[in-house]
Design a protein around this ligand. Structure first.
Ligand SMILES: [Mg+2]
Length: 358
């Protein structure tokens, strides 16, 4: 039986802004903006959420819902620094830490550095240490698997500590609304509901064969997860080898200027992914797949670590130009390896063999 903790900072960016600017306290705060723009909300504090404001919503909508909201621009360098401090606290207990973003991580504390038998005690200690070090609150979920731990951490926010014991898992899963299950997004939720599956209870009643017929390979996953079978490993970011992103176009593209626009948005996406994981890399790779499914990958090694799109976009464009082919392009991908979390003499990993579309 594994012991997994999911830690999630409460309204992280907004809480940092309130911490550093006391005049914001007690008011609806939205990090992101500017207001009335197409930019999206990064984080809303709990007061703003009462007005229906939530992350990923266009700022113009947020402003309409909550006209008195105070919009604050993000300060990623500050969030990253705090995120690093929090991670150091995690690493006091275990190296098996899988960050999902700057403010969220899974920890496998089954075997931990202090040999503390109680995961609940570890979760409590971590919350206290985070509070002392950063003056910010986190919510923790403790369970036997990643999925239940994550659901648990979301149950009593803010400043919560929720435990789902193995003997409670069954009943808990049967009551859980179907959209809350791991791996069930909006679309799948709709499909589940159209099949009469609204909660774990109805999911539990379906056979594996039925679920596979409706959902393909994922059917087996849904069958297991509603039974509390969740063997997914906590994957340590300390072992992350590369970060990449790619896109297959709806129609093959011939026009170089359009390709460059696509390349720009991929580079920007790569930058976001790197920032999210707080990583930099040295080896840049461009991947191009053509209409005939032939494929080239070209890499470039910087002699310093890069993280920003502005650092590698020009180089990516040069590589793209140098390919100079007449064939239409079906897919573009960009990635960085030689990340600053690994030994530099390690071999370059195959960037596109794994982790894509993750
Ligand atoms: Mg959070």
């Amino acid at each position: 039986m594994k012991k997994i903790i999911h830690i999630d900072m409460d309204a992280f960016y907004a809480s940092v802004e309130e911490r550093d600017n006391p005049s914001l306290r007690g008011k609806p705060v939205v990090v992101g903006g500017p207001p009335n723009s197409r930019a999206v909300v990064s984080t809303a504090n709990y007061i703003a959420r009462q007005y229906g404001v939530h992350s990923a919503m266009p700022c113009s909508v947020a402003q309409r819902l909550c006209p008195q909201a105070i919009f604050v621009p993000h300060r990623f360098s500050v969030y990253k620094e705090i995120s690093g401090e929090i991670r150091e606290i995690f690493y006091e207990y275990t190296d098996l830490v899988e960050p999902l973003s700057l403010d969220e991580a899974y920890l496998d504390v089954t075997l931990n550095k202090y040999s503390i038998p109680s995961a609940i005690r570890i979760a409590r200690e971590i919350k206290e240490k985070i509070k002392n070090k950063t003056q910010l609150t986190a919510s923790a979920g403790v369970a036997g698997g990643k999925f239940l731990a994550k659901v648990a951490s979301g149950m009593n926010k803010p400043d919560g500590l929720t435990v789902i014991l193995p003997e409670e898992a069954r009943e808990f899963l049967l009551k859980l609304p179907i959209g809350k299950f791991f791996g069930i997004g909006k679309k799948t939720e709709e499909k589940m509901k159209s099949l009469g599956i609204h909660s774990g209870k109805e999911l539990f009643e379906k056979s594996e064969a039925e679920l596979t017929r409706f959902f393909g390979k994922m059917g087996g996953h849904y069958f297991r997860i509603v039974r509390g079978i969740d063997h997914s490993e906590v994957r340590s970011s300390r072992m992350k080898k590369s970060i990449s992103t790619e896109t297959t176009f709806e129609k093959d593209i011939e026009d170089l200027s359009i390709l460059k626009q696509k390349l720009k948005s991929l580079c920007d996406d790569l930058e976001r992914r790197l920032q999210k994981s707080n990583l930099k890399g040295k080896s840049f790779v461009l991947k191009v797949k053509y209409e005939d499914f032939s494929q080239v990958t070209k890499s470039f090694l910087f002699n310093y670590y890069v993280q920003n799109s502005s650092d590698f976009f020009d180089r990516a464009t040069q590589i793209l130009n140098s390919l100079n082919t007449q064939k239409k392009v079906r897919l573009l991908g960009v990635g960085l390896s030689h990340l600053n979390n690994e030994n530099q003499d390690e071999n370059q990993m195959d960037l596109f063999s794994s982790g894509l579309n993750a």
